[in-house]
Design a protein around this ligand. Structure first.
Ligand SMILES: [Ca+2]
Length: 352
């Protein structure tokens, strides 16, 4: 599992949401209708432009704020749903990573009873626990996969319009290829999530719940035991249950984390940080650079995931923000990680 930071240890404090004033929204073209018709139903045009990527105010891996430029692209308005993923599997016979037999050699020291196909499921604890020990609330549950996201014995009825979960990076890539789409880079994802509000803390502005309105499916209360459900959802929520952002995109914060195509590095490269002009369509393509040396599973490359989830709470993981990012081993699937796709505009974009 990816590491987490306690907000209080970063010196910001859970209540510190003020952000330095954005220096304008240069290059952002809000309300652009896009170049012609969408390439597929349910996609919004994200106009591209330059923006301030990252944040100085929360976790170290989001720093430094730097100006970055991306070209325009079409993006799925909502997360890929269970129903959509079902159509992909029906058409292709695709088998996800969580359904495949495990190679014991890849998991030295693992309990043989757990070396069966499955995925990670969250279990709330009975009370406060040591937040450094993720095994208190994450369990590998054999038999869990996208059709049975809550475990093999739990009902999956009524989840068709929820985001698909328990998908590893290659599952998301396979779906995207079938749909004629791509996964976004981290920069594309973050630009899209900001919805034209350059430098804002949240995808909708500076306040967590403006006028008392909940804007995303997150965790209210003390993680991982006290879920106050102020937003009405304990686990995932049907896509589009909360207002869209400035580019017409739903759930760009909360609900489930989203895979990107970039490998994870803790800091932007020196070229990106010190470029004379805003880097255009930056990406990280080195799997080697993403390895977490000295940690369990260090041989498995990690991708950037974005957006936070229904398990993100201020006391543990205040990551339902566009700048937030988290590494995830490419073969890992969980109950709070899904994806959405993009189609790059005629103007280009990063080479694949
Ligand atoms: Ca919630």
């Amino acid at each position: 599992m990816a590491e987490h930071y306690d907000v209080s240890s970063t010196g910001t404090g859970g209540g510190t949401l003020a952000h330095p004033p954005a220096d304008g929204v240069s290059g952002v073209q809000r309300g652009s209708r896009g170049p012609g018709r969408p390439p597929a139903a349910g996609m919004s045009w994200v106009p591209g432009g330059s923006f301030l990527m990252g944040s100085e105010d929360f976790y170290p891996e989001e720093r430094p704020v730097r100006r970055v430029e991306v070209d325009g692209f079409w993006m799925d308005e909502h997360l890929v749903t269970v129903a959509e993923f079902r159509r992909f599997v029906a058409a292709t016979g695709y088998v996800t990573v969580a359904e495949r037999p495990l190679d014991a050699a890849q998991y030295p020291g693992a309990d043989p009873a757990l070396l069966r196909p499955g995925s990670l499921v969250f279990h709330a604890t009975g009370g406060p626990v040591d937040l450094r020990d993720v095994t208190q609330w994450w369990r590998y549950v054999p038999g869990t996969e996208w059709r049975r996201p809550l475990g093999p014995r739990a009902s999956a009825k009524g989840l068709g319009e929820h985001p698909v979960t328990h998908v590893a990076a290659e599952d998301a890539e396979a779906y995207a290829a079938w749909a004629g789409k791509r996964l976004p880079t981290e920069a594309e994802w973050e630009f899209a999530a900001r919805g034209g509000l350059d430098g804002a803390v949240f995808t909708w502005g500076e306040e967590f719940a403006p006028g008392g309105q909940m804007m995303a499916n997150t965790w209210q209360g003390e993680f991982p035991w006290q879920n106050l459900l102020a937003d009405g959802f304990e686990g995932t929520s049907p896509v589009g249950s909360f207002p869209a952002n400035g580019y017409g995109l739903f759930d760009m914060a909360g609900n489930v984390w989203e895979w990107t195509s970039d490998y994870y590095v803790a800091r932007p490269s020196a070229e990106v940080q010190h470029a004379c002009c805003a880097p255009r369509n930056p990406r990280v393509t080195s799997a080697q650079a993403s390895l977490a040396h000295g940690e369990p599973g260090a041989h498995i490359p990690r991708r950037v995931t974005k957006g936070g989830s229904h398990l993100c709470a201020p006391n543990y993981c205040l990551r339902y923000r566009p700048a937030a990012r988290q590494p995830q081993a490419v073969d890992t699937s969980t109950c709070h990680l899904g994806f959405r796709c993009i189609v790059r505009g005629a103007g280009g974009g990063p080479a694949e």
